[in-house]
Design a binder for this molecule. Structure first.
Ligand code: ZN
Length: 831
């Protein structure tokens, strides 16, 4: 995945492209990013490593087997970031003879003992020290190898080691050709403290006890995979076993969460079965393991057979009762084991062949497991992230002109790319679409590919030319921006629907148009040509009640659509597809008290899909008599016993708007629920209807595991009432208040107050929480000068508040001084 975690947490919600874009490119010439030239082909990488926890370094020995790729060569050029190189030698069956080498600017250039020919293999031995902190000092956005709390000085953290290679950071821990178009088999001997477990790619062949309570684990990966997918993890984990057919599936889980491992990861075998069948290609690797890494800044990473997750994957029953917030990411990383690990993008320009598929696998899983509505809801949420980021409208999906390889990991490669695959699937039909994917996997297995090769596979299977589709959506940017109108001709009994494209470059595409005749929709599938204006005529018996374009929700587009409440009601009641129902429901927002809107809301509260019920509960307002009279009885039922706790919670919040004290006992009961959402909503509802009880209620809830939606709702209450026990739980939001302020002034104001409250208190956990989250966000923030300056300013002001506090409270010097040290350290990092 390798999505920045910020996009999953509270922050990006408040960022628009303007506030926080990708690398600033204005005024700079674009560079063509060619695929890396293969002079050498890696064959096998053997490593022996041990870790220096004190110095945060790794001692390594490497035996690298390679050969010239095509042309004869007497040299080997390797990436090696921030290392000390101690010895380089040719290794011939264990006999070493020294080789000449030069090491500078992170490149290790080795003169071989002679000229080698294509496919003539040699093995080079390298003894080195990996120094990840040196890599960072050199200004690299990532350090490849991470020692977390290595000296066990932080009581709130666990000592862990993990690696993260994408895009080109594996060369921070072993000399290699750090390009995605290089694949190698691999084995690693890792010497680790015996009290810890280790994880790497492939299988654990054997384990040997060593002196001084150490142990050496020998991991072997006998299938070729790309260098950036290499992984090592070390730490104190429980290993919970699962399996699919003969494939072992291991969950490396922090011990506190061991009882919930199967609830968190337990769908993995079913996902593996489903994807294997859907792709016509069984899971290609020898095992599958998943692990979480403390302070891991991305969401997750699909290291072959050893996926690394952010600790947000770890959830307790309160969260799991509502939903497994990580389920789509678990599916996404597993799917990469075909699209990404088995067939790998040959360059970062072609990242779409990894990430768009992994993104779309989330749709496939939801569709299979929970039905089409759930999948469509997810797709809509994903596409909306892209649609709301206009700076992304200029970016091609296949992008040969990025500034930093990190830039390609964005809403275009992921979210929009997933939507593009959904369109392609609907154009080709399921059978051709999935057969095309199988063809692509079988043709390029254990190799690299680019988007062109994907097109060729789909063309080979379907017999259809797809240049028109790929030129628009893969090698082009933007999306259709549509408006439409219609006129009825009573004599011909025809309606003429005109579809206008207003974006810069016109698109051609299939489009579903529903024309409502006598209250019932008739579906017309038309072809819109690449012209500003397309007109279509359909037979009708009278002037249509409603015309609804993109009725199936498949086209990635922005559509201007204004209907009356009565028309929205008709659309809601008659549409089978989620997106048309959802658009009708949100369409009445401005006009909620209209009797037709109230009818629509009433129908939405009974919708079989729970997200529709929630949306209705969020937009209605029963303090208005027009709505309250009709809707309250249904909402009371939903609050008491909807099958989904998220609906119960939304219903409780909806009832709180009445400020009617008669609901107090219902809310009080909610406080004892397992579900975080129900408990949180009940707590807020009680304070809303009985503000005088806020102080008594302050400590009656634990926010440590609260979802971001819940935190956003609770922050005003926590800050206004100075609920000290919750102070440490609000850091993940208040640490970003300058950004939030520009997007959501109300929440921004409370977040700023919250931040200042922490800075004028002696609360070590909260202060360290701020420091930790900003340290995690650093990689992303430092890419943007403006964002960096905003954080830096905020921290400096925070620091002076903390010092002021110390002056007034000298008796707290010991604790406050530690907090000041931590703040100074993070200020330094943002310099
Ligand atoms: Zn991914």
């Amino acid at each position: 995945m390798k999505t920045i975690i910020l996009s999953l947490s509270m922050v990006t919600l408040f960022f628009s492209g303007k506030v926080f874009g990708q690398t600033e490119t204005s005024g700079r010439k674009k560079i063509y990013r060619a695929t890396h030239t293969k002079r050498t082909e890696l064959k096998h990488t053997k490593l022996k490593v041990n870790f220096d926890y004190q110095k945060e370094e790794m001692n390594g020995e490497e035996w690298l087997t390679a050969s010239p790729y095509f042309y004869p060569s007497d040299s080997l050029v390797l990436d090696a970031k921030g290392m000390l190189i101690h010895e380089v030698a040719m290794d011939k069956e264990g006999r070493k003879s020294p080789l000449q080498y030069e090491y500078k600017n992170n490149i290790l250039s080795i003169r071989l003992d002679k000229t080698y020919l294509k496919n003539q293999e040699y093995t080079v031995y390298i003894k080195y020290t990996s120094r990840p902190n040196e890599v960072e000092k050199q200004g690299s956005p990532a350090k490849g190898l991470y020692f977390i709390n290595a000296q066990s000085t932080d009581q709130n953290n666990l000592p862990q080691i993990w690696t993260d290679g994408e895009t080109e950071y594996s060369s921070a821990w072993f000399p290699t050709i750090d390009k995605p178009n290089q694949k190698t088999t691999q084995e690693i001997y890792m010497t680790v403290p015996d009290k810890y477990v280790s994880l790497s790619n492939g299988v654990l062949k054997d384990s040997r006890k060593e002196p001084n309570a150490m142990r050496t684990d020998h991991w072997v990966m006998d299938k070729r995979h790309s260098v950036y997918l290499a992984f090592m993890g070390v730490g104190d984990y429980a290993i919970v076993k699962d399996q699919w057919e003969n494939i072992p599936i291991d969950y490396y889980i922090e011990k506190e969460y061991e009882p919930y491992a199967k609830q968190i990861y337990g769908h993995t075998p079913e996902m593996m079965a489903f994807f294997s069948k859907k792709l016509g290609y069984d899971y290609p690797w020898i095992k599958y393991a998943q692990i979480s890494g403390r302070d891991y800044p991305s969401a997750a990473m699909e290291n072959t057979t050893a996926t690394l997750h952010n600790t947000q994957v770890l959830q307790k029953p309160g969260q799991l009762a509502d939903e497994n917030r990580w389920e789509n990411i678990i599916a996404h990383e597993l799917f990469h084991h075909w699209f990404g690990d088995l067939v790998t993008a040959e360059s970062w320009s072609n990242l779409t062949v990894n990430e768009s598929f992994a993104n779309y696998s989330e749709y496939l899983w939801y569709e299979y497991k929970y039905g089409k509505d759930q999948a469509d809801y997810h797709l809509m949420s994903e596409i909306n992230k892209y649609i709301h980021t206009p700076s992304d409208f200029q970016k091609d999906l296949v992008r040969f002109d990025y500034d930093s390889s990190e830039d390609v990991f964005d809403l275009v490669s992921y979210q929009k790319g997933g939507g593009i695959l959904h369109m392609l699937r609907n154009y080709l039909g399921d059978e051709a679409f999935f057969a095309g994917m199988t063809d692509y996997l079988k043709t390029y297995e254990y190799q690299n590919a680019e988007a062109e090769q994907l097109r060729l596979s789909f063309e080979r299977i379907s017999g259809k030319d797809l240049n028109w589709f790929f030129n628009q959506w893969y090698y082009g940017s933007g999306n259709p921006q549509l408006n439409y109108s219609y006129t009825f001709e009573p004599v011909k009994k025809q309606v003429e629907v005109t579809v206008n494209q207003s974006q810069e470059k016109e698109f051609e595409f299939p489009l579903a148009i529903d024309v409502y005749d006598n209250g019932k929709p008739v579906r017309h599938n038309v072809w819109v040509t690449a012209k500003a204006k397309n007109t279509f005529s359909f037979n009708v018996s009278k002037n249509p009640d409603v015309v609804n374009i993109n009725a199936d929700g498949i086209l990635v587009s922005e559509i201007t659509d204004k209907k009356t409440a009565t028309q929205y009601l008709m659309q809601f009641v008659n549409s089978k597809e989620f997106s048309s129902r959802y658009k009708a429901l949100t369409g009445i927002k401005e006009n909620l008290n209209d009797p037709a809107s109230v009818k629509l809301l009433s129908a939405a509260l009974k919708d079989p899909f729970f997200r529709i019920r929630i949306k209705a509960l969020e937009i209605l307002d029963v303090s208005k008599p027009e709505q309250g009279k009709i809707l309250i009885p249904d909402i009371e039922k939903l609050a008491a016993n909807d099958s989904k706790t998220l609906v119960q919670a939304a219903a409780i919040s909806a009832l709180a708007k009445t400020k009617n004290k008669k609901y107090f006992p219902l809310f009080e009961k909610g406080l004892n629920a397992t579900s975080n959402a129900v408990r949180g909503s009940a707590w807020l509802a009680m304070i809303t209807v009985e503000p005088s009880k806020a102080d008594d209620l302050a400590d009656k809830i634990d926010l440590s595991d609260a979802s971001k939606d819940m935190l956003i709702k609770m922050i005003p209450i926590v800050v206004k009432n100075k609920v000290t026990s919750q102070m440490k739980n609000i850091t993940s939001i208040v640490a970003f208040y300058p950004f939030i302020k520009s997007q959501n002034p109300e929440l921004g104001k409370f977040s700023e107050e919250g931040f200042n409250w922490i800075m004028t208190s002696d609360n070590a956990a909260a202060t360290e929480g701020i420091v930790r989250i900003l340290s995690q966000a650093k990689t992303e923030m430092l890419k943007n000068a403006q964002a960096k300056a905003m954080v830096s300013q905020m921290l400096k002001e925070g620091l002076s508040k903390k010092m002021e506090f110390l002056k007034l409270n000298p008796q707290k010097a010991e604790s406050v001084n530690k907090q000041i040290t931590a703040l100074n350290k993070i200020i330094e990092e943002y310099k």
